[in-house]
Design a protein. Structure first.
Length: 377
């Protein structure tokens, strides 16, 4: 396993945060000792920890989690791309040597597709605050105990007895650790039902139930995604009061030219869908309303909002915008749901998008076709 400090762009790891500690790779049999030495030199800098690991040695993960538990810290799941590695692969010998150098490295952070699996979630339990992004994953399975013998060939009975003792010792170690961290032992019960050869990715409901991240609304920063048609996008998961399950909301912004944009969001069609209106506001006198009705296809609804570049500036000036939905129930009563939508990453992502937009010009009829004419997929 590698541990290193990374310097990123402004607000790369949250508002006011541009440095973090990356822990990545397989948790090996001497990881805890190396981490203790590394962490002693950086723990007072109050940087968040990012985990990107398929797992590994459970006892080492528990020992590392105990170290992390000694001082309040924020732990997240995320992957660093080290820019100092240049064109070298992130797992190449040259890049690994840099990560092991003890230097502060330059890089960018991504939670998309990042995994903390097997023993890695146990390590995360040591952190006082844990935050799991909507596009990151935690995964568990049952532990495998490896027994070794020296001096002679063991009999089948000796092997069986040694395996039982090893499992009992491992179970006691993990149980004591869970008790110290006040963790939900339901996670252990779930892990034991999953074969070592398989893996179970925790649902958002399980992430909340087992205490990893108990927020009812979680979002990613805005990021630019290049392609044939560049876009700025973010993902959020939301569970409203009284609901048992989370829903995923995907936001995206595209440009028709450097002055005309469209902001869309997609989500599953609500079971109790009713007549509603949706708007977004950054504190101005009048909120911006999304077009009603939304497009609907394959269980998904898509809402769209056309806006000029000048309308984007207020969204950039404040740390968050207010997203409001007003609906009318079957009983005629009106309900109001508000969420604060973070603008983290929006300014830099929009700069990247603008670099791909055609120059502003008079809109031709053929240019007024937007993403609202495409069914949500």
């Amino acid at each position: 396993m590698q541990f290193y400090v990374v310097k990123g762009a402004s607000d790369a790891c949250g508002r006011g945060c541009d440095r973090w500690i990356q822990l990545e790779g397989h948790i090996d049999s001497v990881a805890a000792a190396r981490f203790r030495k590394f962490y002693a030199g950086v723990r007072d800098r109050n940087m968040p920890l990012y985990f990107y690991s398929p797992g590994g040695n459970v006892e080492q993960a528990v020992a590392m989690g105990t170290l992390v538990h000694e001082k309040p810290v924020v732990a997240r799941v995320g992957r660093t791309v080290v820019s100092d590695c240049g064109f070298e692969a992130q797992d190449s010998q040259a890049c690994l040597k840099l990560k092991q150098s003890g230097r502060e490295l330059n890089g960018r952070l991504s939670t998309r597709g990042a995994l903390c699996g097997s023993a890695c979630p146990y390590l995360m339990l040591g952190a006082s605050t844990r935050e799991i992004a909507p596009d990151a994953a935690l995964a568990v399975h049952s532990a495998r105990v490896v027994v070794t013998f020296t001096g002679g060939t063991p009999t089948p009975n000796m092997i069986a007895a040694a395996n039982v003792r090893a499992h009992e010792r491992s179970d006691r170690t993990i149980a004591a650790y869970f008790a110290k961290m006040r963790a939900d032992t339901g996670l252990l019960a779930l892990a034991r039902t999953i074969k070592f050869e398989d893996v179970h990715v925790l649902t958002r409901e399980e992430i909340v139930r087992f205490g990893f991240d108990q927020r009812e609304f979680v979002e990613t920063p805005w990021v630019f995604e290049p392609g044939a048609y560049g876009m700025v996008h973010k993902i959020a998961v939301q569970r409203r009061e009284g609901e048992r399950t989370f829903r995923t909301i995907q936001w995206r912004m595209i440009c028709f030219d450097s002055d005309r944009f469209e902001l869309d969001f997609q989500r599953p069609i609500l079971a109790d869908a009713a007549s509603s209106s949706v708007s977004i506001s950054s504190g101005g006198a009048k909120p911006l309303g999304f077009t009603y009705p939304p497009l609907k296809a394959s269980g998904v609804e898509q809402w769209g909002l056309r806006l000029a570049k000048a309308s984007l500036q207020p969204l950039l000036d404040l740390p968050q915008a207010e997203f409001t939905e007003t609906s009318l129930g079957a009983d005629g009563r009106q309900s109001l749901v508000r969420e604060n939508l973070s603008s983290d990453g929006l300014a830099s992502a929009l700069d990247s998008l603008l670099a791909t937009c055609p120059a502003a010009k008079a809109a031709a009829a053929s240019q007024t076709v937007g993403t609202r004419e495409q069914a949500a997929k």
